[in-house]
Design a protein around this ligand. Structure first.
Ligand code: UDP
Ligand code: MG
Length: 308
């Protein structure tokens, strides 16, 4: 199998046929001997599954999986990855926001010896200013606070080699943030730029709540910075408490310029605040170790070696 294309589907009945037409003409153009289109139906409430089944009966390259309910975009893709057998795997949205025609340059770049070629958005259309702005901010923040380099302005539209798929299968973490995981895997990665169109038709299955959840999953899966913030602010507050204590002692015993009750109140509030934040930071440190162990990612991946 040369190529698998994974398409998560959630209420896309108005796009399925157009997507299939464009996808298959692009892939036929690549001149591959064997490929599969894996439609993952993520609990659609419309007739998406019916349309997919019809395509499958006409075209043996069409395969489908029907999940029992809506598990979410990232899990739908993971299901597709588990079932794919291609030497290269494309992940693409069903709403034609990811142009199928880009698969050709993605595939060509991969053939040059890369293992990941992601599609980077030069511009995006048909999305509210608020969504564009929050997305931009999110990607910038994420690269700031993570150690692995997660590419900015990039969704899940990309092509990956079977080696990367094998690595992803070794990452059993439950809250999936695939674009981060793929960055974590390593190997040779590059990108192709494109202009992102608006949705062809239908409505976005991503509510702001789901987007926020995805953003939080991305941050907590790849960064301990929020936890470290507690430690840092704990030491900050403790330092302020120390200075304020000196000042209140000075006011109380040297300058004799104070309101009764104020010195003891100031000192205890600031001191306790500092102690609590430091304690949270300590717990946070243990939590982050625990978190890393619970994820059970491999410690490292080997690209090549001359040992048996
Ligand atoms: N999708 C899914 N499950 C969901 C939400 C979305 O499988 O719970 C699919 C959807 O059918 C589409 C892709 O994920 O193929 C991207 O979703 P959408 O276009 O709604 O997201 P947006 O582009 O608005 O961020
Ligand atoms: Mg979309």
């Amino acid at each position: 199998m040369d190529l698998s294309v994974i398409i998560p589907i959630y209420d896309e009945e108005s796009n399925v046929n157009a997507l299939y037409d464009r996808l298959s003409s692009v892939i036929w153009g690549l001149g591959l001997s064997k490929f599969e289109l894996i439609f993952v139906n993520d609990g659609s409430k419309d007739n998406s599954l019916g349309l997919i089944k019809k395509l499958a009966s006409q075209d043996p390259a069409v395969r489908y999986v029907d999940l029992t309910r809506n598990f979410g975009h990232q899990i739908a893709i993971s299901a597709g990855l588990d079932l794919s057998v291609g030497k290269a795997v494309v992940i693409i949205d069903a709403d034609l926001q990811d142009p199928p025609e880009l698969i050709e340059p993605l595939y060509r770049k991969l053939s040059e010896g890369y293992d990941v070629v992601y599609a980077k958005r030069r511009s995006r259309e048909g999305e509210s200013l608020f969504k564009q702005l929050t997305a931009k901010l999110f990607y910038r923040l994420l690269t700031q606070i993570t150690e692995v380099e997660i590419p900015v302005d990039t969704g899940d539209f990309r092509i990956i080699s079977h080696k990367v798929v094998a690595a992803l299968r070794q990452m059993p973490e439950r809250s999936k943030f695939l674009r981060g995981q793929i960055a974590w895997v390593g190997y040779r990665q590059t990108f192709v730029e494109y202009d992102r169109a608006g949705r062809a038709s239908g409505e976005s299955g991503y509510t702001y709540q789901k987007l926020l959840q995805l953003a939080l999953d991305g941050i907590t899966a790849f960064s301990d910075v929020p936890l470290k913030a507690a430690t840092v602010s704990g030491f900050g507050v403790s330092f302020i408490a120390f200075v304020a204590t000196l000042y209140t002692l000075y006011s109380r015993f040297v300058a004799h310029n104070y309101v009764p009750g104020w010195p003891s109140l100031m000192i205890s509030v600031l001191f306790l605040g500092g102690v609590q934040l430091v304690a949270i930071g300590v717990i946070g440190k243990y939590l982050s170790r625990l978190n890393a162990d619970v994820r059970r990612r491999p410690l490292y991946l080997v690209a090549n070696s001359n040992l048996t």
